[in-house]
Write a protein that binds this ligand. Structure first.
Ligand code: MN
Ligand code: MN
Length: 275
């Protein structure tokens, strides 16, 4: 991850990681996400993005690999800003604490409890409306959520399940939840149906052949398309409920957020870290 440092452009970071995934024989499981400061999730730089990482920034890179639909999802946070170091370290410890409590037949709320407890030791709080998730073939976010706080009566973890644990931490004075924001850079196909429009059908088929139900970003298909036209077509497909968009999520009070994530498989002895 040598690209993830001050002075490097957002686009260069994300295209770098996506190209490295392909070079090693995988394919991105979703568009690599770059979350700078309060930008928390679901932002992937677009074509023409000019911004670059600065010394003050807290930067999350969230990326995933799939091979024939089998998915690994991970993230790291970096910063050169001393004021953000304790937040970064606490988030790393929270992920560690979460992995330590993973056990067969344990309720997922117990993982949330371990994460929140670790965060509060240093006066930080977790983002209450983001969570980890089980992973299934061609499905990044499958049935079960793994909360970042204690919640009672949630499902238990079963042997052979694969799931991502991803604590998001912020400062104690922050709101502690994320809200939808602009722009929309990540999409996925939710249904395949003829639309009656040749252009829309062709776009849907082209994306489906590359991505199936996995998320994508328009810049991946920029070669064959004029970008403004593709965005317009995606809006039409969204209106017909064939495509969904994932808006950029930002911390409500605009405070910085750190994230670490691993994908874990549960075998008879406990967690096996896959990432
Ligand atoms: Mn992730
Ligand atoms: Mn995830």
């Amino acid at each position: 991850m040598s690209n993830l440092r001050p002075g490097v452009g957002y686009l260069e970071v994300c295209e770098g990681v996506e190209n490295e995934i392909r070079r090693r024989g995988g394919d991105p499981a979703f568009p690599s996400g770059l979350g700078v400061n309060e930008v928390t999730a679901h932002f992937s730089p677009e074509q023409g993005e000019k911004r670059f990482i600065t010394d003050d920034d807290l930067v999350k890179l969230d990326y995933g690999v799939h091979i024939e639909g089998y998915i690994a999802d991970t993230s790291v946070t970096v910063t050169n800003n001393a004021a953000y170091q304790p937040l970064l370290k606490a988030t790393e410890r929270a992920l560690q604490a979460a992995i330590e409590v993973v056990k067969r037949d344990r309720r997922v709320g117990e993982i949330g409890r371990a994460i929140a407890r670790e965060a509060s030791k240093d006066g930080f709080k977790t983002i209450s409306n983001l969570s980890g998730h089980t992973v299934e073939r061609y499905v990044v976010h499958a049935g079960k959520s793994i909360p970042n706080m204690f919640m009672p009566n949630l499902p238990v973890l079963r042997q052979d399940e694969v799931f991502a644990i991803e604590p998001f931490l912020t400062f104690g004075d922050a709101s502690g939840y994320v809200v939808d924001s602009e722009p929309e850079t990540i999409f996925s196909i939710i249904a395949r149906k003829r639309t009656g429009s040749k252009e829309l059908d062709e776009l849907l088929e082209m994306i489906w052949s590359g991505r199936k139900s996995l998320p994508f970003t328009p810049r991946w298909f920029a070669k064959g398309y004029e970008m403004a036209k593709m965005v317009r077509y995606l809006k039409e497909l969204e209106a017909r409920r064939l495509v969904r968009a994932y808006p950029t999520l930002v911390e409500q009070s605009r405070r910085p957020v750190a994230q670490f994530e691993h994908t874990v498989a549960l075998d008879s002895d406990g967690a096996v870290i896959l990432t």
